[in-house]
Write a protein that binds this ligand. Sequence first.
Ligand SMILES: [Zn+2]
Length: 135
Amino acid sequence: MAEEVKLIPQVTPELKPFFDAARHHQLAVQKCDNCGKLRFPPAPLCLACDSPRSSWVAVSGRGTVFSFTVMHRAYHPAFKAPYTLAVIELDEGVKITSNVVGIEPSRVKCGMAVEVMFDRLSDEVTLPRFRPAAG
Ligand SMILES: [Zn+2]
């Protein structure tokens, strides 16, 4: 049997707070300290007010599928086709690109309610993914 291949994201300094939170099973995004706008991925300046001051805040991890595509070909041995790449609009209004798991890709719909789950890939990296919301 083939050994499982994992593709582990690189933890850059900009994303370290995101991965630190994920290791503790919290989803975190950047928040502008000036105007309060949330953003992801992280950026050095607020896109709304240009402020360089920001913090990382925990969000609920609940949201809806804003958009998605189903990949029918695996371009890396770590991926098992078919799989779903999706833009999730969190309840707090910020969007995050991730996967929808725990459901056949053919059953994923825009607008469906999802919640975060945490996939531990290594000691350092736990990756947030989304599954259909309970209830
Ligand atoms: Zn701002």
